[in-house]
Design a protein around this ligand. Structure first.
Ligand SMILES: [Zn+2]
Length: 83
């Protein structure tokens, strides 16, 4: 069985710049991003918006996997719900 991910787009809440395209598994809101599931990274890898330089995430390690913990309110997503 192939794993099912949805590809969502993550944007800066402040200036609407695309930050990541991300393969999200599971349900519910976006809380963290695993680095190995980011399919398109438009940032410099510093967890800051390349346009307005707003910080939108903090580094996080979950069972030896690197992740970014999203700072709530700093980003918005598209593609979460399939209609
Ligand atoms: Zn921004």
């Amino acid at each position: 069985m192939a794993k099912k991910y949805r590809t969502i787009s993550i944007y800066c809440a402040q200036c609407q710049t695309l930050l990541y395209k991300y393969h999200k598994g599971g349900r519910g809101g976006l809380v963290k991003c695993f680095l190995d599931r980011i399919v398109d990274d438009r940032t410099q890898g510093d967890m800051k918006c390349p346009s307005c330089e707003g910080e939108f995430a903090r580094p996080l390690e979950i069972r030896n996997r690197s992740a970014h913990k999203i700072i709530q309110g700093k980003v918005y997503t598209k593609g979460m719900c399939r209609k």
